[in-house]
Structure formats: C-alpha cells, structure tokens
Design a protein around this ligand. Sequence first.
Ligand code: SF4
Length: 180
Amino acid sequence: MMMNSTPDAAKLNWMTTRLDAALGWARKFSIFQYPFVTACCGMEYMATAASHYDMDRFGAGFPRFSPRQADVLFVVGTISHKIAPMLRRVYDQMADPKWVVAFGVCTCTGGFYDNYATVQGIDAIIPVDVYIPGCPPRPENVLDGLMKLQEKIAAGKSAADPSAGRPAEFQVPHRPEAHL
Ligand code: SF4
C-alpha cells in the first residue's frame, strides 16, 4: 500500500500562521528605535523615555544611534528642507522590516511653520506608520502612538511595504531644488 507523504496543507498553513504570530509578538516587544531629533519635541521625547513613563515596559527602551541597528525611526521635531536629504538617507540605511513614527505636529504637517524652509509633513520624504500630533505631544499621547505601532508590528504591517500601495521612492514636492 502506498503511503501519502504530501504534507497536509491546512496543517502547514496553521503552522506558518502561528509562526508569523509568534514573530509579530516578539518583534512588537523588541523595538530598537533611532531617534532623529531636531527640535523642541526632543524634550518631550526624553520625558517619555525616562523612568516616570518608562518606555522600557513596551520593549522600546533601548535607542540605537546607528540606523543599521534600528527598526523604528522616531522623527522628532521640525524638518527643514536642508535636513530632509539626511532624514531620507537615514531611513534608506535601515534594514527591512522597518517602521516610522512622526512625533509632533511639525513632523506630521509642518505645524505652524508654514513657510518656505519647512517640510510640510515628513510623509513627503518617507512613508509614515504612526502620526502623533501635539506641540509637543504629551507623553501619554506618545505611549498611545507606541501601542498603535505595536499593533501594526504584531500584524506584520508596515508603511514601507510596497504592497501598502505607496511608491517605493518618495519625492519632496515643495522645493525639490533644495535637495540637490
Ligand atoms: S511640534 Fe511644537 S514642540 Fe514639537 S518641534 Fe514642533 S514646535 Fe517644537
């Protein structure tokens, strides 16, 4: 009698689904963030990271200052057209999978710096996963954003994923000549 050695597809699917869930769970509690800090929001970023609010309990207490060792880019503060190419370069140096948090209204929309020198939202340069508004955002808002990011990480979703419907390369539409 012939033995059927074909693996049971349903069983394999179950195993890969469980493996993805386990990887997502592990990833969401081992966030290695790169803080790209340019302005006053940095004070609130430090307040959130300090012991009172304790980012460490979300597995995000260990910033890395090399983009090659980081998987979450925290963009904290106003982004001028002058510094925009550096932000893009840091993002490009991070390995996949990677995520981006826009910290404060300046990064989300330019905030009240509606002028020729300021990027009107960093999503013109890099894909953003979580927007945290506020000037500056309260630490509670930051932690709320961090928990939303954890949900995305656990689900294996990232704005960097081309299947998320965004172009792989981003251009700054406001003053492209400033990036030459
Ligand atoms: S959002 Fe407010 S606190 Fe944050 S960098 Fe902009 S001006 Fe400063």
